[in-house]
Design a protein around this ligand. Structure first.
Ligand SMILES: NC(=O)c1ccc[n+]([C@@H]2O[C@H](COP(=O)([O-])OP(=O)(O)OC[C@H]3O[C@@H](n4cnc5c(N)ncnc54)[C@H](OP(=O)(O)O)[C@@H]3O)[C@@H](O)[C@H]2O)c1
Length: 293
């Protein structure tokens, strides 16, 4: 889509927001993933990443998702946040990201949270998850203690692979106080619809969706294909928006976090959070279309 049409769309409306059930606070429905995209050498020019963050904020979005194990993304983000002075405008989400090691993972989890807050210059951080349910019992307890002490605003758990769906289900069924669940969900990975999204909703968790583009695999699948005409009825003008609008057409989804290091892609992705989202009948047609190509 052209930049002019994105600008026109955005001048007319504001980005959709959805409510975090545990607090009643609302957040914008599009955020930014940073797993590979925000890794840089210390000598690199960061202007491209500044432009991504500027386009995120200028279009009414504010969630940035990272982790201490995403290379040096947290320190690159920390540098950018400080130079742009934007920590307080952002909703910063990170993770405790540990494999079970031989001893004292409790302290290792705490050390990681302290380091994340220091590196990114915001305390309390907005959201910390247990990454991929790793070392779950110990790290979930850490998160509950930190939240009770006011050291983090929201806590949650993430997965990004179908193989972890059963473990996430078991955790959600017994856990209380889960503010956020983050999960893989898109037109090419729709299975969270079956159990986990309704379960998380019923447990009062906000739902963040990762891998909206299957880490790029989605674009390889649609390469050379033409968008169906009928998607223009709900303002969809690109393949990125096709899956983002499908995700957000599910009213249980709080925020989708596409990753990009490209400011034009950030604009394209942000515009997926504007205007009308597809109804369920339209979402069914989108899924059928995707499964047919
Ligand atoms: N277990 C977990 O907690 C977990 C696991 C996976 C992911 N995540 C989170 O979710 C985020 C997103 O998932 P993901 O990293 O798998 O990536 P993704 O968002 O599914 O795909 C990213 C890829 O799509 C490209 N892209 C982005 N916007 C585009 C656009 N408008 N047009 C064309 N190409 C576009 C990006 O390249 P460009 O840079 O060129 O735009 C990049 O190659 C991660 O960064 C991370 O924050 C969490």
């Amino acid at each position: 889509m052209s930049i002019a049409s994105v600008n026109k769309l955005m001048a007319q409306q504001t980005m959709m927001r959805r409510v975090i059930p545990s607090s009643g606070e609302s957040i914008p429905v599009i955020g930014l993933g940073t797993s590979d995209e925000f890794e840089r050498n210390t000598s690199d020019n960061l202007d491209d990443l500044k432009a991504v963050l500027r386009n995120l904020l200028d279009n009414g979005a504010n969630m940035v998702d990272t982790a201490p194990t995403y290379g040096n993304s947290e320190s690159v983000l920390g540098k950018l946040f400080s130079e742009m002075n934007i920590q307080q405008q952002l909703f910063i989400a990170t993770k405790i990201s540990l494999r079970r090691v031989m001893f004292n993972t409790k302290q290792a989890g705490i050390d990681q949270m302290i380091e994340s807050a220091n590196v990114m210059g915001k305390s309390p951080l907005d959201l910390i998850y247990v990454h991929n349910l790793n070392d779950l019992d110990t790290q979930w307890q850490n998160l509950q203690e930190w939240k009770a002490a006011g050291k983090v605003k929201y806590i949650g758990v993430t997965i990004s692979n179908y193989r972890d769906f059963d473990d996430m289900e078991a955790f959600l069924r017994k856990a209380n106080g889960v503010d956020f669940m983050q999960i893989n969900y898109s037109l090419i990975e729709p299975r969270a619809d079956d159990v986990l999204i309704p379960l998380a909703r019923d447990k009062g968790a906000a739902i963040v969706t990762n891998r909206p583009f299957g880490n790029g695999g989605y674009f390889r699948k649609v390469r050379g294909k033409v968008l169906p005409d009928w998607v223009k009825e709900f303002g969809c003008e690109s393949w990125a928006q096709f899956t983002l609008k499908w995700i957000l057409g599910n009213p249980d989804i709080t925020c989708a976090i596409p990753a990009t290091s490209n400011s034009r892609h950030m604009l394209d992705n942000a515009s997926g959070g504007f205007g009308r989202f597809p109804e369920q009948s339209e979402r069914n047609m989108m899924l059928e279309f995707m499964q047919s190509i």
